[in-house]
Design a protein around this ligand. Structure first.
Ligand code: NAI
Length: 286
């Protein structure tokens, strides 16, 4: 049954999470640091709903009702009446710690304290609260309104009740959940994808295959909708370098060691779509 959601952070992921929850009938409060970030978040939601309406997937009334269920605020205290909280702020442990310390004081007992972190161990975030059993990874994928998957990630002390409540929430907003039983670096999704990408880059680096042909192998040979290197250009090579580097540090497993070509491309500023060049070249970004 739809309840009250507080989303902390109204960027790419936070606005998407707010949107899918509001579409499912949840009352959503979206918090960011300033009005301009909040307005960008609301515009992104309106644009996305507009695209669904233009395709006839929802009516304009649905879109308007969805937006009407979202309120914005710069006050973290607005999370006081939430049943579920999902944090989607910058991927930096010190800012996440600050927010979770505050949420621990503000939120009602029994609330799910979710984090959308891509790579920070849930246990490390939970450790600054007095209720580590209530903290859980609720890892959505981008773009949130389109991607069906949520990884539910257990920290060392996450309780079964918290995991079940997080699952109910994610399923209510239309997602399919997988459970990651331990918060290992990269969880499951980024572990798998990093291993694939490191090998893909090595094959291109050593001249075995071109980037375009490697992507064709994965598309036509394995049914991927998008090739791994095109996906990497979309995510950002810097993000990948950071992710693979973290997994390598955590596991000491050579297969995650970032290839030299990736390091050189990042140093040169070829970060993918956002800079106009990565494994492919793109029209100048507006
Ligand atoms: P983003 O940079 O688009 O948005 C972050 C937002 O958080 C900004 O609007 C910023 O002003 C706000 N913020 C920072 N500190 C805050 C605070 N104390 N209180 C409230 N708002 C605050 O970042 P994005 O891409 O949405 O990522 C958010 C989280 O989701 C990160 O932990 C990231 O690792 C994770 N993630 C990102 C994915 C992606 O494809 N971008 C995919 C899955 C997870």
């Amino acid at each position: 049954m739809a309840g009250r959601l507080a989303v902390i952070g109204s960027g790419l992921m936070g606005s998407g999470i707010a949107q899918v929850a509001a579409q499912a009938g949840w009352q959503v409060t979206m918090r960011d640091l300033d009005e301009s970030s909040l307005q960008r978040g609301v515009s992104a939601i309106r644009d996305s709903l507009g695209r669904f309406a233009a395709k006839g997937k929802i009516t304009q009334e649905d879109a308007d009702a969805t937006v009407a269920r979202i309120t914005t605020t710069t006050e973290l205290e607005a999370a006081a009446d939430a049943d579920v909280v999902v944090e989607a702020i910058f991927e930096r442990i010190e800012v996440k710690h600050e927010v979770f310390r505050a949420l621990d004081k503000i939120c009602k007992p029994g609330v799910v304290l979710g984090t959308n972190t891509s790579a920070i161990p849930i246990t490390q975030i939970a450790a600054v609260t007095e209720r580590p059993e209530a903290v859980v990874g609720i890892h959505f994928f981008s773009p949130v309104p389109m991607m069906k998957l949520v990884e539910l990630v257990r920290g060392y002390q996450t309780s079964d009740e918290t995991l079940a409540a997080a699952r109910n929430f994610a399923e209510e907003v239309g997602k399919t959940c997988v459970e990651v039983k331990r918060d290992v670096a990269g969880f499951v999704s980024n572990r798998l994808f990093s291993a694939l990408l490191v090998e893909a880059i090595k094959l291109v680096e050593s001249g075995v295959v071109s980037a375009a042909d490697l992507d064709t192998v994965m598309k036509l040979g394995f049914g991927h909708t998008m090739g791994p290197l095109a996906t990497l250009d979309m995510t950002g090579l810097d993000v990948m370098l950071n992710a693979a580097g973290n997994i390598y540090r955590d596991t000491a497993d050579e297969k995650f060691f970032p290839p030299e070509l990736l390091q050189r491309m990042v140093t040169a500023g070829d970060l993918g779509r956002k800079t106009g060049r990565g494994f492919y070249t793109y029209e100048a970004q507006k």
